[in-house]
Ligand binder design. Sequence first.
Ligand SMILES: Cc1cc2nc3c(=O)[nH]c(=O)nc-3n(C[C@H](O)[C@H](O)[C@H](O)COP(=O)(O)OP(=O)(O)OC[C@H]3O[C@@H](n4cnc5c(N)ncnc54)[C@H](O)[C@@H]3O)c2cc1C
Length: 382
Amino acid sequence: MDFQLSDEQLQLKKMVREFAEREIAPNVMKWDEASEFPMATVKELGKLGLLGVIFPAEYGGSGMGYIEYVTAIEELSRVDGSVGIIVAAHTSLGSNHIFIAGTEEQKRKYIPRLATGEFIGAWGLTEPGSGSDAGGARCSAVRRGKNWVLNGTKTFITNGHYADVAVVIAVTDKTAHTHGLSAFVVEKGTRGFRAGKKENKLGLRASDTSELIFEDCEIPAENLLGKEGDGFIDAMRVLDGGRISIAALGLGMAQGALEAATRYAKQRRQFGQPISEFQAIQFKLADMATQVEAARLLVYQAAWLADQKNVRFTRESSMAKLFASEVAVRVANECVQVHGGYGFIKDYPAEKFYRDAKLCTIGEGTSEIQRLVIARQLLGKK
Ligand SMILES: Cc1cc2nc3c(=O)[nH]c(=O)nc-3n(C[C@H](O)[C@H](O)[C@H](O)COP(=O)(O)OP(=O)(O)OC[C@H]3O[C@@H](n4cnc5c(N)ncnc54)[C@H](O)[C@@H]3O)c2cc1C
């Protein structure tokens, strides 16, 4: 067993860290306050190969795996969770659904453009009436001659307004429940397809979260992704990988919050000494660091499993997501506490970690749903 990243992986980590410190850190609060999508930075990430880490070089990807992918997401999110979630939704949701369920032609058409950042991807599963109960989707796709006609609304879709390509799950057979859902690729500019309401959020404000609206949106039959009726099953496979990236998002933010708290504790003086001299503060930092390290082990274990061929990692991915998300929330909370009143104001990074971290316990399945998934695996239920 080897707990060390390889030299190449360490090099990637260093490269992403330097990029994040140089290009992202100075803009974090400006983007956050203006809810500004960092398009130029996202395009730069594409040039660096960070929008296609998990895809083979033959499809324009970086030809690496989930270990490298979580390393990149962790480093980006350590500085800005918004950038982390943009890359995560683009890569392991939108692009990866095309990669794992698409025909060779669909992969050749979309993955190289997505992996290089020429296209931005999104993934639409959630609807106003179906979140945790994703199988209860209403958005419909009806066959009309050689085309499919989509009607309905997806909600809370990351990158919604900026996506050039969206993968959308819609009902193709109302009588078949989850076996009646299918996935489709829809390109920006298709008549009848538009992004709707842009959400005004608590955190991750530089990421875009929007509705996708389909009104008699006609797409060619070849835009069906995977087999008709397999949309839900494929979506669950996509989420196995996606949850690892939300776990890495949480891990990165927890690491950032731990570092911010440690730094501040050494600078801030009360009662004539740095507050880091108080055992109460030392114990907080020690607990935070231990939780971050435990989360890291689960995240990297799940990523390692995802890199093995033909191994199921549903349970480990849910465990990593559940634990790392909750650690992110706890560590961000303690980071604010260590900062005292300064944790509550926007001159310090603590309050942003606190706001941003919360999404991790909600997106790609809430903590409650992760517990259901893990229990189902433990009890041998389907
Ligand atoms: C910033 C952001 C980005 C997102 N990005 C995307 C995206 O790119 N694509 C996408 O498709 N979706 C996206 N989502 C949607 C996200 O996945 C859903 O919000 C999430 O799955 C929860 O669904 P819901 O909001 O409808 O909550 P609900 O399902 O209504 O849940 C409400 C509460 O009830 C609990 N609950 C529900 N069912 C059960 C149960 N069976 N047992 C116990 N408790 C239960 C939940 O845990 C939660 O506490 C995003 C959401 C946000 C906020």
